[in-house]
Write a protein that binds this ligand. Structure first.
Ligand code: HEM
Length: 131
């Protein structure tokens, strides 16, 4: 699959799965919520694969300060997914964890938006390498 198409397709699918995860979480529909989260994580990994392939077509350092900023958010956001996953698993046994699950879920969603935004800006600002 063409790198740009693959990236845009899997980014859209990841956002759709995250949207379903948030709505089903608020509706307490666990049989939808948990598979939606699992799908979002797998789709995110595929999106990261295409993003890295896309990045190899550009001189990312030429984008300037946005490059280390994006790398910082990318390296923080990916492991941060463990926070809602672990608190979500704990909420199944201890419902009082839900308040922390919700806070951390929204923190991760915010980090995801920042990572996607800085990544898109970085690619737009970078010089394309000759192919
Ligand atoms: C990125 C990952 C996740 C996001 C964005 C997310 C988001 C949410 C949101 C917004 C809620 C509603 C909170 C509220 O009603 O105040 C929720 C509830 C919940 N989530 Fe998650 N979640 C994630 C991962 C998980 C995982 C991995 C599990 C378990 C394996 C899980 C289990 C639950 C449970 C049990 C509830 C409570 C449902 C109920 O009230 O019956 N979540 N989640």
């Amino acid at each position: 699959m063409d790198t740009v198409t693959g990236f845009l397709l899997f980014l859209a699918l990841t956002l759709a799965a995250l949207g379903i995860a948030v709505v089903s979480g608020f509706e307490a529909r666990r049989k939808i919520h948990i598979p939606a989260v699992a799908s979002a994580v797998v789709l995110l990994l595929v999106t990261i694969y295409f993003a890295e392939r896309l990045g190899r077509q550009y001189d990312l350092e030429s984008a300037g300060a946005i490059y280390p900023v994006h790398l910082f958010f990318a390296k923080t956001t990916t492991p941060a997914y463990l926070l809602p996953i672990l608190t979500g698993i704990r909420t199944l046994k201890r419902p009082e964890t839900l308040v922390w699950h919700k806070r951390l879920a929204f923190l991760v969603l915010l980090l995801t938006v920042i990572t996607a935004g800085t990544g898109t800006a970085m690619v737009f600002m970078a010089d394309k390498l000759p192919s």
